[in-house]
Design a protein around this ligand. Structure first.
Ligand code: HEM
Length: 451
């Protein structure tokens, strides 16, 4: 049954027939989320042989819990992800395993506790006001994503460094873009069962961009050491961490790679979620008005931490956006020993594709799953099982920045919609593709008018 006001925003195509090797490689290169077959939205596990291994595509809460939460030590991040990220991020929190990962997570965790995030709300509000000014200056129909990326980058920069000294923000953004465009696309050779330690060759442009990023972060570390003035930020947590013998827990190289990991994991993901939410609101003036009315009632100036709980409808828009457009739609794991997924045998070497995207649009767990409906996340209707929507993953390796990201997205969306009126250029419909994150292929042109 279709309802008159039902809104089904664009979605990536699904496979209706098994793909051969060559076509699989093509789809993975273009947009890995398109590898998912229609069945993944009806069943919870599909196992199929692929290049001498069994690949298990998981799209049910129990199957995901089995891998991510119940037996995480039986799995490692997939060699494909390792080979793509290691040349840029080394063995920092995103890519490390075992004891090395545990130590780094323990050092960073205090940087993401609620009081620390709440202390960042003024920086988020400020970044939001700057983004509103930038977007207001754009030609009607220009891409809003650079302004959103810039806002998210300035917030993560503030969380890491309090006051960054020599950060050339334009250069950093460009370098991140470059590194992403080189490393973010799957290559045919990535599908070969090579060990994760086989490095991926970086092209000269990516090497240069990596150098730029590393130098910028190394300069910040050196400057903090020089001034010796302690700050309440994530860099300080890393500099101060000591092991049982009183020696520094992290070398400067690890500190640098963790800074880069947080910048890379934490800014485009959040910016793209805000972008999708803006697009939805630009399509639906009724919801846009509701977000605006809520925001205006809460504050006409910069939002504070106390305002956050009162931006409830804005939060529903963000939660529903993360359900339909999870910025990280799939994550991969490889079994390092024989294990089980819900009592079904898994052999060492098998691969699991954990498809949050399919879970969050699954026929079994969602009524009219492809319809955008903010009421799904109202206080009365929120899902009782937190495992039916997992945009931030689950288990010990779940996103460290989930509260950070959701708070930031709420503050930025509420500010933008309060201060500007958004609409969609005639005939424009974004095409969601997964290139590292799930984003609109041709960027996000919107019309924004100051109110
Ligand atoms: C909407 C925004 C975001 C989304 C959807 C998102 C999603 C995710 C997901 C799904 C994972 C798990 C990956 C896996 O299991 O393989 C993850 C891990 C991670 N995220 Fe986020 N993330 C977001 C924002 C952030 C922010 C703002 C930060 C930091 C400031 C951050 C830092 C990290 C880190 C460090 C990890 C690795 C954790 C570990 O392995 O211990 N993320 N994220």
């Amino acid at each position: 049954m279709t309802h008159e006001s039902e809104f089904i925003p664009p979605m990536p195509p699904r496979q209706t027939r098994p793909l051969g090797l060559w076509k699989t490689a093509q789809v993975l290169r273009h947009s890995p989320v398109e590898i998912l077959p229609q069945e993944a939205f009806q069943f919870t596990r599909i196992s199929a042989p692929f290049l001498g291994r069994t690949v298990h595509t998981l799209s049910g809460p129990d199957e995901m819990k089995a891998v991510l939460q119940d037996d995480p030590d039986a799995w490692r991040k997939s060699p494909l992800i390792q080979r793509m990220l290691r040349p840029i991020l080394g063995d920092a929190i995103l890519t490390a395993h075992g004891e090395g990962w545990k130590i780094q997570r323990k050092v960073l965790q205090p940087g993401f506790v609620r009081p620390r995030i709440m202390a960042l709300i003024p920086a988020m509000s400020e970044a939001a006001r700057t983004a509103a000014d930038l977007i207001a200056e754009l030609e009607p129909g220009a891409d809003v994503t650079p302004a959103l990326n810039r806002a998210a980058l300035s917030v993560i920069e503030r969380a890491l460094f309090t006051r960054a000294n020599d950060f050339d923000r334009g250069q950093i953004r460009e370098a991140i873009e470059l590194v992403f465009s080189e490393t973010g696309r799957t290559r045919f050779t990535d599908l070969l069962p090579l060990p994760e330690t086989t490095p991926r060759i970086l092209g000269p442009k990516a090497l240069k961009a990596r150098k730029t990023l590393r130098r910028a972060v190394e300069a910040e570390i050196a400057s903090r050491r020089r001034t010796g003035r302690p700050e309440q930020d994530i860099l300080q947590l890393m500099l101060d961490a000591r092991d049982a013998a009183g020696a520094p827990t992290l070398s400067d190289r690890f500190i640098r790679d963790n800074v880069l990991s947080l910048v890379i994991a934490g800014h485009e993901t959040t910016a793209i979620a805000i972008g999708w939410a803006l697009y939805i609101l630009a399509c639906r003036p009724d919801w846009q008005d509701k977000v605006r009315a809520e925001a205006e009632q809460v504050s006409t100036g910069n939002f504070t931490a106390d305002d956050l709980p009162n931006l409830q409808f804005t939060r529903q828009i963000i939660d529903e956006t993360l359900r339909l457009y999870p910025p990280a739609p799939l994550v991969g794991r490889q079994a390092i020993r024989d294990t089980q997924i819900c009592e079904r045998e898994v052999k060492k070497g098998d691969v699991a594709i954990i498809a949050f995207y399919a879970l969050q649009r699954h026929n079994r767990y969602w009524d009219r799953p492809d319809v955008f409906e903010p009421e799904r996340f109202s206080l009365a209707n929120r899902p009782t099982d937190p495992w039916v929507s997992r945009p931030f993953g689950g288990g010990p390796r779940a996103c460290i920045g989930s509260v950070f990201a959701v708070s930031e997205a709420i503050i930025i969306l509420a500010t933008l919609v309060r201060d500007l009126a958004f609409s969609v250029p005639d005939g424009f419909e974004p095409k969601p593709v997964m290139t590292v994150t799930l984003r609109p292929e041709d960027r996000l042109p919107l019309i924004a008018k100051r109110r």
